[in-house]
Design a protein around this ligand. Structure first.
Ligand code: HAM
Length: 422
């Protein structure tokens, strides 16, 4: 490789064949659950007015204060590559007045997000999420629906090595009083200056400190869950009862800390044990003040973002390869003057919905069969001059080596039958 070879930017994962098939299957499996629950697809801008995130996500969060890719465009506007999806959905719902129609507004999205984090295994600067947002209802049934969509999506992929952690972060009625209690408690501890500073900006975040000496001191810290107002406690109880009733397993983690400021009430994370430090494969929660904060109506909302990169790693850690076992259904090998007829056969098979590729260029039988083998197709269709005259193709099943002549007119139906059997 010469010095001038250009490489992908640091911290940007790429998904190439054959792995990318699993990637697509993951996105499909997760989004299928949202479609089944009536969520509509939204395609939103990759960059937005910087103010959207400063106001929506919170100036004091790491995401906004340290990790945004912000630039000034030619018209001197400050724009930011989207670090997350919820604020953009909210902006769009307000701008296009979706909140004036049927409530809740239920949408899903998928695509890249950008955070200038220190790259490591499972932590990227361009990350991909599949997310949903449901706006305009406080009903705990909606909380359970949102959580279940994520859980069912992971299960559909075959994942088992994760747990759902759940808590309630209270509301604007009960959180301020709790916050005061926590600040008073933290004031009495022996903390270093950076931790004190963190406590000043957002005391809740200190609860997540992983250092043993800090953890020890935090053992008796007051917890939001013990200080919920009646309405929040009832709401949380109802969400739990719904999850219990539909047998969605969860653990309550009253010390959960989310990296974004907008959360209220139900808040959750999916944590996978096979991923090392970056174990959060998805997370979300309610954000009851966000819409008003962004200039919209006083409507509550709830949603999640599932990390597609980390879900991909989680599947790999569990030995799962979602998606089709082979990238092709059939591979066509034309011999000699049969090439023109074979090209028509390829087109016919594709039209019949069979994933079909063929050998290109002049190759001998040996080279062509090697290409067929490498293609990964379970079935190879060899068409020679004599076959064309006889109106047949030789269909070779790669797993057994069996070869049978099949009339060209029946080829698609024959291959489809084999595919069904396999
Ligand atoms: P978040 O927890 O910041 O929430 O991100 C959601 C998921 O995206 C994480 O659980 C993780 O799997 C993945 N993720 C985040 N950062 C990275 C990274 N640097 N590299 C790889 N994966 C990453 C949100 O973004 C909220 N908007 C979710 C939400 C929607 N809450 C309510 N509605």
């Amino acid at each position: 490789m010469s010095d001038t070879t250009i490489q992908a930017p640091k911290g940007v994962p790429e998904y190439l064949p054959p792995d990318s098939a699993a990637w697509l299957a993951i996105k499909d499996a997760l989004s299928r659950e949202a479609v089944l629950a009536g969520y509509g697809y939204v395609e939103l801008p990759i960059f937005e007015d910087t103010a959207l995130y400063v106001r929506g996500v919170g100036e004091s969060t790491d995401v906004v204060s340290k990790e945004m890719y912000t630039f000034t465009d030619r018209g001197d506007r400050s724009l930011t590559l989207r670090p997350e999806g919820t604020a953009g959905v909210m902006r769009s719902v307000i701008e296009h007045r979706l909140d004036r129609g049927q409530l809740p507004v239920k949408v899903w999205y998928a695509g890249p997000f950008f955070r200038a984090e220190r790259p490591q295994h499972g932590r990227y600067r361009q990350l991909q999420q599949f997310g949903i947002e449901a706006i305009g209802s406080e009903d705990p049934v909606l909380d359970a629906e949102v959580i279940t969509i994520a859980d069912r999506g992971y299960r559909a992929l075959g994942l088992t090595g994760y747990r759902l952690e759940l808590t309630s972060l209270g509301c604007r009625e009960c959180r301020p009083a709790y916050r005061e209690k926590l600040v008073a408690f933290l004031d009495g501890l022996d903390l270093d200056e950076p931790t004190r500073e963190r406590a000043r900006i957002n005391p809740l975040r200190v609860l997540d400190d992983k250092r043993p000496e800090v953890r020890q001191q935090l053992a008796d810290a007051p917890l939001m869950l013990d200080h919920l107002c009646e309405a929040c406690a009832d709401h949380f109880g109802a969400v739990r009862a719904l999850l219990d009733a539909q047998r969605t397993a969860y653990v309550v983690n009253p010390r959960m800390v989310r990296g974004l400021d907008y959360y209220t009430r139900t808040t959750f994370e999916f944590v996978h044990d096979g991923l090392g430090a970056q174990s959060g494969i998805g997370g979300g929660g309610r954000y009851d003040g966000l819409m008003a904060e962004l200039g919209g109506q006083e409507l509550s909302g709830i949603g999640f973002g599932l990390g597609l990169d980390r879900t991909f790693l989680a599947c790999r850690a569990e030995g799962l390869t979602p998606g089709p076992a082979s990238p092709l259904d059939a591979y066509v090998v034309p011999l000699g003057a049969a090439r023109q007829r074979a090209a028509l056969v390829v087109a016919e098979l594709r039209a019949a919905g069979l994933r079909t590729d063929q050998v290109f260029g002049e190759r001998g039988l040996k080279g062509a069969m090697k290409a067929a083998d490498r293609s990964g197709a379970p079935v190879v269709v060899v068409i020679g001059e004599r076959d064309v005259e006889a109106g047949v193709a030789q269909v070779k099943t790669m797993s057994t080596g069996d070869q049978v002549p099949v009339p060209l007119a029946e080829l698609a139906a024959y291959l489809r039958k084999i595919e069904e059997i396999q």
